[in-house]
Write a protein that binds this ligand. Structure first.
Ligand SMILES: NC(=O)c1ccc[n+]([C@@H]2O[C@H](COP(=O)([O-])OP(=O)(O)OC[C@H]3O[C@@H](n4cnc5c(N)ncnc54)[C@H](O)[C@@H]3O)[C@@H](O)[C@H]2O)c1
Length: 345
């Protein structure tokens, strides 16, 4: 039996409680929150869980092997470093920290104490995202040219972090998972329309090697909940609509080629006929995707890593890579969208 403590039971924490609670061989011994109302809510659902306002009482219990941290990002470093120093394995919600220096320190602490440090990049555990990775690996789309990601809705407005820190970690983690590399540069523009100084709408452009360009639009100020990724390859194109009830992924056998024998030698075109592009519009298909809650897959993976001393798919380094991209985007945002180099490992 692995004993766990969950710290932070606001909006997201109860989802973690529900998922860990359903894993055989796991006991959630404690839940901590500063807010009595949130603790009463958890207690009303799970009478056996001990509730506390002070997370240190979880860290003091030697029977607790691991903690799950679902508090606001600015508190992640302090709570996680306290937990690692108390020899607990740690799972932290995304983003791992609000700066790369702190993420590096958490990695160092975990390695020193031989503890598991994992970050919940939830989408890397989602079936459609894993299916997309499989499709990309099979080279069905050909060479990747562009990736466009949209994550917009009305709210949930945050008080202390802007929309980039809140929402972009999801898309950045997916992007790095798909491409298995980090971008070279980041540019971002954004505006704060509702709360002064906290951007609620932002657009990010990331450039990778080999001319791959990814664009992201993240916003709390949109009437429609949209979570869409479009991946354009030179053979086929893919659209992932995570809001769709079914057929979340569609693969379009669409493309465009220039008929080379019609291109004149000169760098200009005299007639329309010389400028011949062939558009290919073939079949569209939707691959079958299993229907499993990503959070349950993520939670089971954390427990498996603890039990079998495995390296998590989304370990501290994965968390750090995402934070470095967000940091570069944030720097660009604060400097009128200039191109900022993304620091690499
Ligand atoms: N993986 C996902 O899809 C996903 C979705 C939403 C939020 N999140 C992440 O989850 C984390 C929490 O987000 P949220 O929306 O639930 O925030 P929230 O503000 O709704 O909840 C945070 C809770 O933490 C508590 N808290 C703060 N400091 C504490 C401390 N020192 N000790 C104990 N409790 C403390 C607060 O009282 C609050 O109840 C963030 O890191 C966020 O990015 C992840």
């Amino acid at each position: 039996m692995i004993k766990l403590g969950i710290i932070g039971c606001g909006y997201w924490g109860p989802n973690l409680v529900r998922n860990f609670n359903s894993i055989n061989g796991v006991e959630i011994a404690y839940c901590a929150d500063l807010d009595e109302n949130r603790l009463s809510h958890v207690k009303s659902l799970y009478q056996k869980i001990e509730i506390t306002r002070d997370y240190n009482s979880i860290l003091e219990d030697e029977e607790v092997e691991a903690v799950v941290i679902a508090t606001p990002v600015e508190t992640h470093y302090k709570i996680a470093s306290d937990a690692l120093k108390a020899n607990k394995h740690v799972l932290i919600e995304k983003p791992i920290t609000n700066n790369s220096k702190d993420a590096i320190e958490l990695i160092r602490l975990a390695e020193k104490n031989k503890e598991i440090l994992m970050v919940d990049h939830t989408f890397e555990y989602s079936a459609p995202v894993r299916k997309i990775k499989e499709i990309l690996k099979s080279n069905e789309l050909g060479k990747i040219l562009t990736i466009d990601m949209i994550r917009v809705n009305l709210g949930l407005f945050q008080e202390k972090i802007n929309v980039i820190w809140d929402l972009a970690p999801h898309d950045v983690s997916m992007l790095l998972y798909y491409l298995e590399e980090t971008p070279l540069t980041a540019r971002a523009i954004g505006q704060s329309y509702i709360r002064d100084g906290i951007e609620d709408d932002a657009r990010i452009t990331l450039e990778f090697k080999d001319k791959i360009v990814a664009n992201m639009h993240v916003s709390w100020l949109d009437p429609c909940k949209t979570r869409r990724t479009t991946i354009v390859g030179n053979k086929k194109m893919l659209v992932f609509d995570d809001v769709a009830q079914d057929e979340k992924i569609k693969i379009y056998d669409k493309g465009v080629t220039i008929q080379k024998n019609n291109i004149p030698k000169q760098p200009y075109y005299d007639t329309y006929e010389q400028w011949v592009l062939t558009y290919r519009t073939g079949d569209v298909y939707a691959p079958k995707i299993e229907n499993k809650e990503p959070l349950s897959v993520m939670a089971a993976h954390f427990i498996d890593c603890i039990k079998n001393s495995k390296k998590p798919l989304t370990d501290g380094y994965s968390g750090l890579r995402v934070v470095k991209v967000i940091e570069a985007a944030q720097k660009s945002l604060k400097n009128d969208g200039i191109k900022v180099d993304v620091e690499n490992d």
